[in-house]
Design a binder for this molecule. Sequence first.
Ligand SMILES: Nc1nc2c(ncn2[C@@H]2O[C@H](COP(=O)(O)OP(=O)(O)OP(=O)(O)O)[C@@H](O)[C@H]2O)c(=O)[nH]1
Ligand SMILES: [Mg+2]
Length: 261
Amino acid sequence: MSGAEPRTGHPGVGRVLVVIPTYNEADNVTDIVARVRRAAPAVEILVADDNSPDGTGVIADALADTDPAVHVLHREGKQGLGAAYLAGFAWARQRGYDAVVEMDADGSHAPEDLPALLAAAADADVVIGSRWTRGARVVNWPLRRLLLSRCGNLYARLALGMPVSDATGGYRVYRTAALEAIDLASVCSQGYSFQVELSRLAHRAGVRIVEVPITFAERERGDSKMSPLIVAEALWRITGWAVQDRRTAWRRAGRARARWP
Ligand SMILES: Nc1nc2c(ncn2[C@@H]2O[C@H](COP(=O)(O)OP(=O)(O)OP(=O)(O)O)[C@@H](O)[C@H]2O)c(=O)[nH]1
Ligand SMILES: [Mg+2]
């Protein structure tokens, strides 16, 4: 791991760290790092690798050796996307970054969209790169993935009452000050539901959430880590939070009624 160097950062946002979680992304990591560096030269990158058997971490180390804006966080083993992001957020907060970006390594989140997300972050606490807002495009996704994402987002929005079109999307900017307002210690998700859980916590914390349209493309190289287990986790966690929210609302309503003579 190399240390963070003092930099001026991105105008209006400050020092930005793009956290890229990786597991077996040897075919993608070099390209994604180069694209981020080209698209947003003022930001830094942290590759959070879960000891990928395909040597992704070794490739990332070589990139960090030649570029002081690239850092690597080596983790012991595969612990899920959520855990990798939480470790990346903690790394950024310990080093005084002003904002962190979530970005997949597989090219689905175009680094070329990053300047638009960062521009929106100048007036927001959380920016979500949305696939389901006007102006967004989804390229080469099979119908079953489109349906899964649309239905998952509809369910999350209705069940949790969040005014967010892409609560499962994983291309985001968080101001670190907003992360302080979110109870990260309570986060329990590992897969997709991590994004929904953070959307919910941000919404409940009352921070400013803005959505920006992105062009989302299916990965071209490497294997997806998506699994039925990850979908199942999202489904039961969202349902659990919805039940919990309604119970809390009923209890509050009950207490308010009891106060009336
Ligand atoms: N560090 C770490 N990264 C992970 C883990 N699981 C997935 N990732 C990374 O998280 C990002 C998203 O994973 P993907 O496999 O692309 O999952 P997805 O985008 O939901 O699925 P596809 O759309 O099919 O690609 C990629 O950069 C992965 O390498 C994990 O357990 N640990
Ligand atoms: Mg992907």
